[in-house]
Design a protein around this ligand. Structure first.
Ligand code: AHM
Ligand code: MG
Length: 354
């Protein structure tokens, strides 16, 4: 039979179209070991959850029972949206009978949820925020999902999931889904940060950007300035500095995932600091700040509470909150320098008074 010449362009296009999430994980790990297969299957299931949520969001204005509040309040004391509940249940449902995940912990559940049929062999735990930025749902603006995967340590015989109360360096994988004009899934398993776009014609997430690197500094500062008078002096001084210097621009969309995605691509800093009354801030460590910090460090950026790397913080409980300063490393360092200066000044004042 005569040799058939392969058209190179077509081959490249096909290779790109075949770089699905599950294949990419195996490529990254350069292995078909059981662990690599598990991670690949985990990412594939998270991709399925993302597609189900994206499908519902895309038809939200046309369907009954999608928009608005349930009337309930979650463990954080926040009003729950119908989409929060739907998305929370989607993640549980996609992991049923997977044999992978025994425990799921999320913003919407007081205690971790156990999938009994998986627990004899399910070695992984999923921590997630099913709909991040849910105030954007009813006005058709971008929202996200955030996820983190940890290996279960020990037997968890009392069902308290205490082994989850460890620092963020214990994460095996982390990522987010951005439901925007297109749906994107960005993940890391500790080998860089990679972005996938949902191709609606294929119903698959296809690799769109590999090894994202955040610029070492950038023009964006992203913070809810409505809280200005509730912040500590240090944060107010940083914002005054930004106002008085050229080259900064404010961007704040009310959904962490979208705001952070912009920073990954363009550089800058996102802040959700504590307030004088609530020094721990709003964002939750295990399923919001820590997964994003894992990604940011993988992309060459940093994430800090202001005084400590986010990935070193050990939570006291599943829903522990921390202040979050995350983005380009020079910009995070600049915010930290204001915090350090204010701490030094207050210790000097205390010293002078004593
Ligand atoms: P949520 O997960 O309950 O939606 O809360 C988290 C969101 C973040 O996405 C966003 O950055 C922040 O809350 C916005 O809060 P605020 O309205 O106080 O600026
Ligand atoms: Mg959230």
């Amino acid at each position: 039979m005569a040799d058939v010449e392969q058209p190179v362009v077509q081959e490249q296009t096909l290779d790109r179209d075949c770089t699905t999430l599950s294949r990419h994980v195996l490529q990254q790990l350069q292995s078909y070991s059981a662990n690599a297969q598990d991670l690949s299957a985990l990412m594939n299931r998270i991709g399925l959850a993302a597609k189900l949520i994206a499908r519902r969001l895309s038809r939200a204005g046309l369907m009954e029972g999608v928009l608005g509040f349930t009337g309930g309040v979650n463990v954080q004391g926040e009003s729950v949206k119908k989409m929060d509940i739907y998305a929370n249940e989607v993640f549980i449902s996609v992991f049923k009978q997977s044999g992978l995940v025994c425990r799921l912990a999320s913003e919407e559940m007081d205690k971790p949820y156990y999938i009994p049929e998986n627990c004899p062999i399910g070695r992984y735990s999923l921590l997630y925020d099913p709909i991040d930025g849910s105030s954007n749902v009813d006005i058709n603006l971008n929202v996200g999902s955030i996820f983190s995967i940890r290996q279960q340590e020990g037997e968890d015989l009392d069902g308290e999931a205490r082994d989850l109360l460890q620092n963020g360096r214990k994460q095996l994988a982390a990522g987010y889904v951005l439901y925007g004009p297109s749906t994107m899934l960005v993940y890391s398993i500790g080998t860089g940060v990679h972005a996938f776009s949902l191709d609606p014609s294929l119903g698959e997430f296809i690799l769109s950007q590999e090894n994202i690197q955040v610029p070492s500094r950038g023009p964006i500062y992203s913070v809810n300035e409505g809280n200005f008078w509730q912040w500590d002096d240090s944060i107010r001084n940083y914002i005054r500095y930004v106002h008085r210097h050229e080259g900064y621009t404010a961007r704040y969309g009310g959904a962490l995932v979208g705001d952070i995605h912009r920073i990954f691509l363009q550089g800058g800093v996102f802040l959700y600091p504590g307030t004088v009354k609530k020094p721990e801030g709003k964002l939750r460590l295990l399923y919001e700040s820590a997964p994003l910090a894992f990604l940011m460090e993988q992309a060459g950026g940093r994430a800090s509470t202001g005084t400590q790397d986010i990935l070193d913080v050990v939570p006291e409980k599943i829903h522990t909150r921390t202040p979050l300063i995350i983005g380009s490393k020079d910009d995070v360092a600049l915010v930290e320098s204001f915090i350090k200066e204010a701490a030094w000044e207050s210790s000097e004042t205390a010293h002078a008074r004593s």
